[in-house]
Design a protein around this ligand. Structure first.
Ligand code: COA
Length: 188
């Protein structure tokens, strides 16, 4: 999308200029092995910014050690379960999904903090919905951590409804589980 505006040059004549859309040049595609470093960087940067304030540094350290290692991320790439948003050579967003029992679970959705609010998360979500429809799953499930208002709002806007909560104990915030039923022709 291009927003046109008008400016005056030094001689006073009108000159048309364009404001680039920040998502121009951002592509969403299946992740490949070469994306590993970029994906790990998105994970580490977004986890710290997102979870340290609501769950503390130990939770961040635990999550990074459990879900953002080279082995775990490489496995999800090899299985075709990771999407990336790339701006040139830079990975700026990541989504990881996979089947669990009958469900299609969106395990990870992370966009670099400096790139929020430009539609990148929505484009990743759209691609995830496509994958779920392709694999003939009728619903997507996901969870976010209580206190993560940005995620709560984003998912509600994308049609997800709370189904249940899990209490981890140890003073950590609850996991809020949500689901969205899909039908053919759905998009983000
Ligand atoms: C949640 C998250 C993935 C959303 O990604 P995002 O790229 O910011 O999402 P979008 O830009 O598509 O949408 C966010 C907002 O920007 C608005 N927006 C979308 N495109 C826009 C554009 N081109 N210009 C201006 N605003 C736009 C959307 O309407 C939306 O508005 P809202 O806040 O009122 O709902 C991102 O905020 C994130 O990574 N957060 C931290 C990690 C996290 O919590 N992940 C979820 C874990 S469960």
């Amino acid at each position: 999308m291009i927003a046109a505006n008008r400016e005056h040059d030094l001689e006073g004549a009108d000159v048309s200029t364009t404001e680039p859309d920040p998502t121009d040049g951002v592509a969403v595609r299946g992740a490949v092995g070469d994306d590993l470093t970029g994906i790990l960087s998105v994970g580490h940067r977004t986890w710290l910014a997102t979870y340290e304030p609501i769950a503390g540094p130990e939770y961040v350290a635990m999550g990074l050690a459990k879900w953002w290692t080279s082995d775990v991320v490489t496995d999800a790439i090899r299985k075709g379960r990771t999407l990336v948003a790339v701006d040139g050579d830079d990975v700026v967003g990541v989504a990881t999904f996979g089947p669990q029992d009958d469900a299609f679970v969106l395990w990870k959705l992370y966009v670099l903090p400096g790139h929020h609010g430009h539609g990148i998360g929505s484009r990743l979500m759209e691609a995830v919905v496509e994958r779920a429809l392709e694999s003939e799953h009728p619903r997507i499930t996901l969870s976010y951590l209580e206190g993560n208002q940005q995620a709560a709002r984003f998912y509600a806007k994308h049609g997800f409804v709370e189904t249940h909560r899990e209490t981890p104990g140890s003073g950590l915030p609850e996991s809020v589980w949500m689901a969205r039923d899909l039908k053919a022709g759905d998009s983000a």
